[in-house]
Design a protein. Structure first.
Length: 577
């Protein structure tokens, strides 16, 4: 935006801002701030695990007010609907910054500190961000982004360290003078094209949090251990905003270190006076790494950690953002003496949409459960566009609608239009997820014990319509199904199944794998374990056309921050196609 300066010196302005904050203790009358106001101001909101610094809900409200006043002072109050980008570590400062942006009726745009300069430039330019905020830790990176050049140079500011133990203060909620235009913008991972900005309005954020509160029963007694990056829907909505709505406490421990996580889970059952962790949400890679490192822990820590993750202490453990292999789920249940990982389905555009239930009987292997409260779901045939009846087991694309769905892709009307289909009943349009699933009733599950929403046929994800559904010789192959079977083999540690072009079959099934350290000479006749060994191991598990015809072995399969594999990039990198 023309006329904005690239650097402010807020240190000189703080006295004026502090005085102004004392006079104007107001926040907008929106669901999240109504929730904040209702919490006990003395209860814990955020804890930094390693330093043990903690902040109450009273401190949080006070610091959000001061940060909001500072933002509005620097922009003469004209922030409604503007994109405000920020670089912040997983910390109290992140929470305050995001809520202050919401309080200004602006659009919070969290950036990943791990992104290269060019990627950050692209997001700032594409979003037309009015401001770039950075904590002291990432001040140098923010400076590098600006020095590298932007098409429209935003305001760059380093917020000063917020005062700890801020005084509780009375807050007045005021109705916005115009329709709400704030919310959040997150960027997709860009697996099919350049990353797209997903505009999630304030109303959708509130609806997503409300839906999860009903389904997963967050409470003020919950302590959530936060291990996730904060530029994805999983880490932001599931693990920050919904706990804040509920009055839970969030304990940040990032970057992920398995030994530190085990020690924290074990701490309440040793001599350390720490509260137990009751809520853990992570990606399958995290659970795998935790279980790999478990045997290296001292015996005393192992015993205490097992107690920490038992069902009587760890109320809820959730896995998402990538397919959960059955062996991982089984091993975690065994290690925790009965705690079953809850699987769910979500994406940037819709938040969480489908989930298994709190009742252990409602956590079925390979299933992501039922549409969450407030979410409508249907399956549509990918070739005929026919709506698949609820009692049919045919596969189809998942389409969703409800108040939880995003508004649009930023400045990309074509992509937005192509992603929605009009409804025949005159209601909201349906969002086309691009994910293919089947539905079926599972005996013993869906009795309603997890809630009225958890009834009827359950959803089973088959993969992405464009990537994980492989068409070979007229047959459809679910890459995820093949991966699950491969991961059940003792020789395979990681697996990614892809489709390669084939003149004979249209596509052929191929696999990229990571083998266990002791597999080198376990193949036939003492040779290295290879494609023929894989085919022999799978011949009684899968139809012949589903078994990979090619196999490549890597030391590690490249994954993004959420543990996902970009299969298009993998095919190009490994097979040169």
């Amino acid at each position: 935006m023309p006329g904005l300066i690239s650097r402010l010196r807020p240190r000189l302005q703080l006295p004026r801002l502090a005085a102004r904050a004392r006079l104007l203790s107001t926040l907008p009358n929106t669901p999240i701030f109504r929730a904040l106001q209702s919490h006990d101001p003395a209860s814990l909101a955020v804890v930094h695990s390693l330093s043990e610094r903690s902040f109450t809900y009273g401190s949080l409200i006070g610091d959000v007010i001061r940060a909001k006043e500072q933002l509005e002072y620097k922009t003469t109050g004209k922030l409604a609907g503007e994109r405000v980008a920020f670089l912040a570590e997983n910390s109290y400062d992140y929470v305050v910054t995001m809520l202050a942006i919401f309080a200004s009726d602006a659009i919070a745009l969290p950036l990943s500190p791990s992104f290269p300069i060019g990627e950050l430039q692209y997001i700032l330019d594409n979003s037309e961000a009015k401001m770039l905020l950075a904590t002291e830790k990432y001040a140098d990176k923010a400076e590098q982004v600006l020095k590298a050049g932007l098409q429209r140079e935003p305001l760059f500011d380093i917020r000063h360290k917020l005062r700890e133990g801020a005084q509780n203060e009375s807050v007045q909620l005021e109705n916005l003078k115009q329709p709400a235009s704030g919310g959040m913008m997150l960027y997709t991972s860009g697996t099919t094209n350049r990353p797209k900005g997903v505009l999630i309005p304030d109303s959708a954020i509130a609806a997503q949090a409300t839906s999860l509160l009903k389904a997963w029963n967050y409470t003020p007694q919950d302590r959530l251990l936060h291990l996730l990056p904060l530029h994805h829907i999983h880490g932001v909505v599931n693990a920050i905003l919904t706990p804040i709505f509920a009055g839970s406490s969030i304990e940040f421990m990032y970057p992920f270190n398995p030994d530190q996580v085990w020690c924290r889970l074990a701490a309440p059952f040793t001599n350390e006076p720490k509260p137990k962790i009751t809520f853990l949400t992570a990606v399958p890679t995290v659970y795998n790494r935790l279980m790999t490192s478990f045997t290296t822990l001292p015996l005393e820590t192992q015993q205490a950690a097992k107690q920490g993750i038992s069902p009587s202490n760890l109320r809820l453990n959730i896995s998402g953002s990538a397919a959960l292999p059955t062996p991982t789920k089984t091993k975690w249940t065994s290690l925790s003496t009965g705690n079953i990982l809850l699987e769910r389905f979500g994406m940037t555009e819709v938040g969480m949409a489908i989930s298994c239930g709190l009742d252990p009987n409602d956590r079925i292997d390979g299933s992501v459960g039922w549409p969450l409260p407030g979410v409508q779901a249907r399956l549509v045939d990918t070739e005929t566009d026919e709506i698949i009846p609820l009692d049919s087991t045919r596969e189809g694309e998942i389409q969703l609608r409800g108040e939880t769905i995003f508004h649009s892709y930023w400045d990309n009307e074509k992509a937005t239009t192509e992603s929605f289909v009009s409804a025949d009943d005159g209601g909201k349009s349906w969002f086309k997820t691009g994910d293919v699933a089947t539905r079926r009733v599972v005996e013993g599950a869906g009795s309603g014990s997890s809630g009225e929403w958890a009834k009827g046929p359950m959803y089973f994800i088959q993969g992405r319509k464009s990537v994980d559904i492989i068409k070979t010789g007229g047959e459809k192959v679910s890459a995820l199904e093949v991966e699950r079977e491969m991961l059940s083999l003792p020789q395979i540690v990681e697996a990614a199944v892809v489709g390669l072009p084939s003149e004979k079959w249209g596509q052929k099934v191929a696999a990229v794998v990571v083998l266990g350290a002791d597999v080198a000479s376990t193949g036939r006749n003492g040779k290295a374990w290879g494609p023929m060994d894989l085919r022999r191991a799978l011949k009684d598990r899968l139809a012949l056309y589903k078994i990979p015809q090619e196999m490549k072995v890597l030391d590690a399969i490249p994954r993004n921050a959420m543990g996902k594999v970009n299969k298009k990039a993998l095919v190009k990198q490994v097979f040169g196609i």
